[in-house]
Design a protein around this ligand. Structure first.
Ligand code: ADP
Ligand code: MG
Length: 323
């Protein structure tokens, strides 16, 4: 296993103006986030809406520059946005969004859109290559002549995938790829993603608010809260014994017939990245918070079992503190 991409201490601020004469408000969409993507492996990023998942995806792909921190691909910093080196880099990393219709051009045939990246990047193109890509994504060669509105939602997402695969990317960022699809076809697209990831040996960043979906496809999962990762580990481990109180709440909300243990309801205001609480950002909603949680932000660090957790209470006290 080797590292493809490393993001260190990423910060992304958006400046908002409240009202016409309102003062500018700074919103910390991503606030000190680090992650590592291994070649050929899938990292699942999960957290509730607004916690900064999509922003993280854009930073990782170099579609936006971080205000602080750095993204490295193969050990080299991401080239400046818009330059030649950046465009070359972009071919190695593709993105699949929630809304395939928005990602496709309604005026162009599916075939033309799948062929476009081949032409742009000077790769072998033509109908035969397009047909191969369509079939790899589970479509038929004759879908090349169709237009986006003639396909179902699932077929459109397959077309988006065929186009994403054209440049043989080393990394695929999937941002809520099944959230807009009918429940009946979500499983098919999930299976296709897993199949493609394994066959192509791509690294994948799978972003979703749905912990079950993330568990299914990921080799490792990271739980996000207000712009930061609060827990990271092996999917089965995190789901079996979530260590961060927020991760415990997410896991407890998964419907599971016959499961014992009660659903943990989150109290307090929903998180607001324009008004980040002091200390641990989760403390106002945490039933277990102690005084320290209100003043001191916990650092994401490994426990002896290998799990990374950012919670004062999830780490055994150091011997020096006990003595
Ligand atoms: N371009 C933008 N301008 C201003 N605020 C933004 C922008 N993009 C995202 N945000 C804000 O940043 C926060 C994180 O958003 P996002 O990364 O989309 O979260 P998620 O994908 O987890 O729902 C939200 O509060 C969102 O409103
Ligand atoms: Mg999002």
């Amino acid at each position: 296993m080797s590292v493809l991409l490393q993001a260190r201490d990423l910060v992304r601020l958006y400046r908002l103006r409240r009202g016409i004469f309102g003062r500018a408000v700074e919103l910390r969409a991503v606030d000190g986030l680090s992650l590592t993507l291994q070649r050929g492996r899938t990292l699942g990023l999960v957290g509730e809406s607004g916690c900064g998942k999509s922003t993280t995806g854009r930073l990782v792909l170099g579609l936006e520059a971080p205000d602080a921190g750095q993204v490295q691909v193969d050990g080299a910093p991401m080239p400046p946005i818009g330059g030649r080196a950046w465009r070359q880099q972009r071919a190695r990393m593709q993105m699949v969004f929630q809304d395939p219709l928005g990602a496709l051009d309604r005026r162009l045939s599916i075939g033309a859109q799948v062929e476009e990246p081949l032409i742009i990047h000077g790769l072998p193109a033509g109908p035969a290559r397009v047909a191969e890509l369509l079939m790899e994504a589970g479509l038929r060669p004759d879908h090349a002549q169709r237009y986006p509105h003639e396909l179902s939602g699932g077929q459109r997402q397959r077309a988006v995938l065929a186009r994403a695969l054209a440049t043989a990317p080393e990394l695929l960022v999937c941002d809520e790829p099944i959230s807009a699809l009918d429940v009946s076809i979500q499983a098919q697209v999930m299976n296709l993603l897993m199949e493609l990831q394994a066959r192509r040996g791509m690294a994948m960043l799978f972003i979703s608010h749905d912990l079950r979906a993330v568990r299914q496809v990921s080799h490792r999962i990271a739980v996000m809260y207000l712009g930061r990762i609060v827990e990271e580990g092996e999917p089965d481990e995190v789901l079996k014994t979530p260590a961060h109180p927020y991760a415990r709440a997410l896991v407890s909300a998964i419907p599971h017939p016959g499961r014992r243990g009660r659903r943990i309801l989150l109290t307090g205001d929903p998180p607001n990245p324009a008004d980040r609480p002091s200390g641990c950002a989760f403390h106002p909603r945490c039933a277990e918070a102690v005084a320290r949680c209100r003043t001191e932000a916990p650092v994401l660090r490994p426990r002896p079992d290998g799990r990374l957790v950012a919670c004062h209470l999830a780490h055994a006290p150091l011997l020096s503190q006990v003595a």
